[in-house]
Ligand binder design. Structure first.
Ligand code: ATP
Ligand code: MG
Length: 565
C-alpha cells in the first residue's frame, strides 16, 4: 500500500516516530509488532492495535510482525492462533513471512535468564505463592527480602537447571529478578520471571515445564525481532521501568521504545477476552463469532466490513486518556461503507397479505428495479409483480394517527418500482378480529411508481410478490447489554446486564426472488429496513439466513448535528 500523505495533525505516537526518524535513531527503520496472546478471539479493541501497528509500518515504510505471545500454555490453543491470523488478514493487513511465536524464543529466553543469574541479577526463590505475595508489601509499605534472596550464583544456576529438567513440582520454586524489594513501583520488587508449570504447550509440547512470564518475555522478544517502537496499552505504563531494566541488564543489541496508548472501550459491550470467553462458556451467546459479540469474527458474521472497521479506528485516533467510544460511531462507519457497496433489494419482515382486486389473476409483470440509486454501474434486476403481495404489517394502520403517511383505509400509496395502490377494504379473522388481509385497487396508469397526472402520494412501501417470494430467516440484533458500561455497574456480575432482547429471529420472511442463492457474507440493503448480510454459517441455497448489520437510522449523525448546533 502507498505511504499515506503526512497529515497536518498527527497523533503523539506518530510524532515520536517522526522525531526518531529525524534523529536517525534506528537507522531510519520503523519496526512494530502486533502481539496477541492466543487465549481467545480478537475483539474490536485489538483492531485498534492492529490498525495502529500495521498502519504505522505502512505509513513509514517499515514492517510489522505478527507475534503470538504464547507463554501461558494453560489457556492457549491453536484454534485461537488460526482465528487470530484469519482476523488480522481480514482487517486488511499482511505480516509477510514474519509470523513469530514467543515460544520460538524459549531457548534464547532461558539463556538470557541464565545470564541474569550469572550477573547476580536473578535468583531462585522457594517461597510459596502466598508468601511471595505477603513479602511484596503494598503501595504504601515496602516489601521485604525473601530468605532465599542471597543464594549463591552456583546454587541458583543449579536449581534453575533442575527446574527446567522437571525435578520439581509446580509452585515449589520460581526464578525472580533481583531488583529492589522497597522500590516504589511494585513491578520492580523482584518480579517473578519463570515459573514451573507441568503443562503441555500448544507448540512446544512437553519440551518445557518452566515458562517465562510476560514482562520478561515481551521486551526480549521485541529486542530479538529488532522492534523499534513497542506500542502497547496504557496499563503497561507501570511495567515500562521493568521492560527497560531487563534490556539494560542484558545489554541487548536492540532496545525498543515502549509507548503506551489508551485502550478502546465501546459502549454497551465488554472488551476483554476473559469476559468474552465467559459469555461463550456460559452459553449467553452462540460462540465467539455470535453476531452480537464485539469480536472481529462476530462483526464479520454480522456484516461489518474491514473498510468500516479501519475507518472507525482511524476516526477514534489514539490518545493517552481512556474513554468509552459510542457504539453509534462504529455503526455509522458501517453504514457509510455499506451505503456505498450494498445493492438495494426488497424483503418483508412481518408480512401482511395484500390482494389487488383489479389486477388480472394470472398476470406477472417483471418490473425493472435498479440496484443502487446513486450507482447505475451496479445495474438492475427484474422484480415480479402479481395480484397477491406482501407488505410490512407496520405499513398499514386501520386508524392512522396524524403523520402516519403509509397505507390506511381509503388511502393511496406507492409500491416501490411498481404502482400506486389504494386500500379498499379489510378482511379480519372471524375469531380474533385480527386483520389478515387487505384488498386494494391499483392504478395501471402509474407503472414504475409515478403518476402521469401529477397526483402525489406521501408514502412509498416495499413489497414482495407472494407467489415469487423466497422464505428467509432474518435475525435482528440489538445491543448485547442494557447499560453503557456493564462492568462499572454496582452489581459486579456483568452478565446480569445482558439484554434479553438482543436477538430476534423472524422465520419465513418473504424476500424477492433475486436473492435466491445469495452467497454467505454478501451484503444487501433491504429497502427501508437496514443493511443485511447473508449468514456465512447457517445460510444455504435451501434456507436463506440474513443478519441485520445495522438499521438505516443513523444515531451518530444526529449526535453530531446536536453537537454542532
Ligand atoms: P484482553 O484484556 O482483551 O484479553 P489483552 O491485552 O490481554 O486484551 P492481548 O492478546 O495481550 O490481549 O493483546 C494484544 C495487543 O492488543 C496488545 O498490544 C494489547 O495492548 C492490544 N489491545 C488489547 N485490548 C485492546 C483494546 N481494548 N484497545 C486497544 N488495544 C488493545
Ligand atoms: Mg493479555
Amino acid at each position: 500500500m502507498a505511504r499515506k500523505e503526512p497529515s497536518a495533525s498527527i497523533d503523539f505516537i506518530r510524532a515520536i516516530i517522526e522525531e526518531d526518524l529525524r534523529a536517525n535513531k534506528h537507522g531510519g527503520r520503523v519496526v512494530t509488532r502486533f502481539p496477541p496472546e492466543p487465549n481467545g478471539y480478537l475483539h474490536i479493541g485489538h483492531a485498534k492495535s492492529i490498525c495502529l501497528n500495521f498502519g504505522i509500518a505502512q505509513e513509514y515504510n517499515g514492517i510489522c510482525n505478527l507475534r503470538f505471545d504464547d507463554t501461558n500454555p494453560i489457556k492457549e490453543t491453536t484454534e485461537y492462533v488460526e482465528s487470530i491470523k484469519e482476523d488480522v488478514r481480514w482487517i486488511g493487513y499482511d505480516w509477510g513471512d514474519r509470523l513469530y511465536f514467543a515460544s520460538d524464543y524459549f531457548e534464547q529466553l532461558y539463556d538470557y535468564a541464565v545470564q541474569l543469574i550469572k550477573r547476580g541479577k536473578a535468583y531462585v526463590d522457594s517461597l510459596s505463592q502466598e508468601e511471595i505475595r505477603d513479602y511484596r508489601g503494598t503501595l504504601t509499605a515496602p516489601g521485604k527480602n525473601s530468605p532465599y534472596r542471597n543464594r549463591s550464583i552456583e546454587d541458583n544456576l543449579d536449581l534453575f537447571e533442575r527446574m527446567r529438567a522437571g525435578e520439581f513440582e509446580d509452585g515449589t520454586h520460581v526464578l525472580r529478578a533481583k531488583i529492589d524489594m522497597s522500590h516504589p513501583n511494585l513491578n520492580m520488587r523482584d518480579p517473578v520471571i519463570y515459573r514451573i508449570r507441568h503443562v503441555t504447550h500448544h507448540r512446544t509440547g512437553d519440551r518445557w515445564c518452566i515458562y517465562p512470564m510476560y514482562d520478561f518475555t515481551h521486551c526480549l522478544s521485541d529486542a530479538i525481532e529488532g522492534i523499534t517502537h513497542s506500542i502497547c496499552t496504557q496499563e503497561y505504563e507501570d511495567h515500562r521501568p521493568l521492560y527497560d531494566w531487563f534490556l539494560d541488564e542484558l545489554n541487548t543489541p536492540c532496545h525498543p521504545k515502549q509507548i503506551e496508548f489508551a485502550r478502546l472501550n465501546l459502549s454497551y459491550t465488554v472488551m476483554s477476552k476473559r469476559k468474552l470467553s465467559k459469555l461463550v462458556e456460559g452459553g449467553h451467546v452462540s460462540g465467539w463469532d455470535d453476531p452480537r459479540m464485539p469480536t472481529i469474527s462476530g462483526m464479520r458474521r454480522r456484516g461489518y466490513t474491514p473498510a468500516a472497521i479501519r475507518n472507525f479506528c482511524d476516526r477514534i485516533g489514539v490518545a493517552k486518556r481512556e474513554s468509552i467510544v459510542d457504539m453509534a460511531l462504529l455503526e455509522h462507519c458501517v453504514r457509510e461503507d455499506l451505503n456505498r457497496i450494498a445493492p438495494r433489494v426488497m424483503g418483508v419482515l412481518r408480512p401482511l397479505r395484500v390482494v389487488i382486486d383489479n389486477y388480472p389473476q394470472d398476470l406477472v409483470e417483471e418490473l425493472d428495479a435498479p440496484y443502487h440509486p446513486e450507482d447505475p454501474g451496479m445495474g438492475s434486476r427484474k422484480v415480479p409483480f402479481s395480484k397477491v403481495l406482501y407488505i410490512e404489517q407496520d405499513d398499514f394502520m386501520e386508524k392512522p394517527p396524524r403523520k402516519f403517511f403509509r397505507l390506511a383505509p381509503g388511502r393511496e400509496v406507492r409500491l416501490r418500482y411498481a404502482y400506486y395502490i389504494k386500500c379498499e377494504r379489510l378482511i379480519r379473522d372471524e375469531k380474533t378480529g385480527e386483520i389478515v388481509e387487505i384488498h386494494c385497487s391499483y392504478d395501471p396508469q402509474t407503472k414504475g411508481g409515478w403518476s402521469k397526472d401529477g397526483r402525489k402520494v406521501k408514502g412509498t412501501l416495499h413489497w414482495v410478490s407472494a407467489a415469487h417470494a423466497i422464505p428467509a430467516e432474518i435475525r435482528l440484533y440489538d445491543r448485547l447489554f442494557t447499560v453503557e458500561n456493564p462492568t462499572a455497574e454496582k452489581d459486579s456480575e456483568f452478565t446480569n446486564y445482558l439484554n434479553p432482547e438482543s436477538l430476534k429471529v423472524l422465520k419465513n420472511c418473504p424476500v424477492e426472488p433475486s436473492l435466491g442463492g445469495a452467497s454467505g457474507g454478501s451484503h444487501y440493503q433491504f429497502e427501508r429496513l437496514g443493511y443485511f448480510c447473508v449468514d456465512s454459517k447457517d445460510s444455504s441455497n435451501d434456507a436463506l439466513v440474513f443478519n441485520r448489520c445495522v438499521t438505516l437510522r443513523d444515531t451518530w449523525a444526529k449526535i453530531l448535528k446536536k453537537q454542532q448546533a
